[in-house]
Design a protein around this ligand. Structure first.
Ligand code: KG4
Ligand code: ZN
Length: 335
């Protein structure tokens, strides 16, 4: 029986391919090659380098998938948003596979993919609230019972995850900064450095992380020498502030929306302090908290494959000759 979907993810600096059983959502194959080491030299993702590394990594992973080719019923690929030069590598591979294996092609929005990481083994259930925190995005969403996505708020400038990356870069700690800052903050013995929570007194629900990043930069300029203890203290103060900012706006959103369930997705949803605070918030509002498995919080092709299962069901295919990178094919309006 042909019931497997092969999905490719290459929107940023992770090359990943997954194969899923479209009926049971069981993972048949999943592999991801991360480019973190190569980009850490530069303190952030270098698009040209990412594109070249994808070409090599995706080809190597694809070789391992060949044994499943005769069971495939569709090819799926992340088409947006992301770095164009990185996306093109995955899209070209997906088109060639679809063409040569005579299979339908499914284009998956990366952000929808993150939402589907909550449903890797389960059917979807709506309505619900979502906090999406990644390197490129920070948003609060509501998905109504019909699956329509409503953006309740988003960042006005930088994202939550990117602010961790930049703070790590300022302290020469490597890339990506999320997990590094989180573990450094856990080691803080002194907790006397505090940063002002952004937009604390504004009624709006949007976020802003650029001022906080600048405040960390100015704090670092105060010292001639920055030892490990000081780095931990700054990491702690920064993380506390960034998470308080998220929670402060979410309190207002929860009070208004009475969600039955609430999910947190994206690479930065792996942050344990954020998870703990969300747990308390959901308890307070008697709302079920949905979390993706830690392994599938950051970019991966399995979440894209899971999203593609629903697209396959609805026969949402794209034509191989379509320019699926173009703004006309940007679909983030419904699940
Ligand atoms: O979703 P993702 O893998 O890529 C994008 O779609 O952007 O998210 C990566 C982002 C990076 O900015 C990374 O530093 C952040 O997620 N991140 C974290 C943690 N783990 C990853 N941020 C805070 N705490 C973490 N534990
Ligand atoms: Zn992502």
């Amino acid at each position: 029986m042909k019931n497997y979907i092969l999905a490719i993810e290459s929107s940023c600096d992770d090359s990943s391919i997954a194969i899923i059983d479209k009926d049971s959502f069981k993972c048949i194959f999943h592999q991801k090659i991360s480019q973190e080491k190569e980009h850490s030299l530069y303190g952030g993702v270098v698009p040209e380098l990412a594109a070249r590394l994808h070409t090599k990594a995706l080809t190597n992973i694809l070789k391992e998938c060949q044994v499943f080719f005769d069971k495939l019923c569709a090819i799926a690929v992340t088409n947006e948003p992301g770095l164009s030069v990185s996306l093109i590598g995955g899209i070209s591979m997906a088109k060639i596979l679809a063409l040569s294996l005579h299979l339908p092609l499914i284009a998956v929005n990366h952000l929808k993919g993150h939402i589907y990481s909550l449903f890797l083994e389960n059917k979807l259930k709506f309505d619900m609230g979502i906090l999406l925190v990644s390197g490129g995005h920070t948003m609060n969403l509501k998905i109504d019972e019909k699956g329509f996505i409503h953006i309740l708020s988003k960042t006005l400038d930088d994202s939550f995850g990117e602010s961790f990356d930049k703070v790590a870069k300022m302290m020469n700690l490597g890339y990506p900064g999320g997990a590094i800052i989180e573990s450094l903050a856990q080691k803080a013995s002194k907790k006397d450095i505090h940063f002002s929570v952004p937009l604390l007194h504004s009624k709006g629900l949007d976020y802003s992380f650029s001022g906080l990043k600048n405040a960390v930069r100015l704090e670092l300029l105060k010292y001639e020498q920055i030892d490990e203890n000081l780095k931990s203290e700054i990491a702690f103060g920064f993380e506390e502030c960034a998470i308080s900012h998220i929670l402060n706006k979410l309190e207002k959103i929860f009070a208004e929306h009475k969600f039955k369930s609430f999910g947190v997705v994206g690479g930065a949803s792996a942050n344990l302090k954020l998870r703990q605070k969300l747990m308390l918030l959901c308890e307070k509002y008697n709302c079920e908290l949905l979390l993706a498995p830690l392994k599938y919080c950051s970019d991966n092709a399995l979440m894209i494959a899971r999203a593609a299962c629903d697209s396959y069901e609805k026969k949402e295919f794209v034509r191989i000759e379509d320019d699926i990178l173009s703004p006309k094919s940007k679909h983030f309006d419904r699940i």
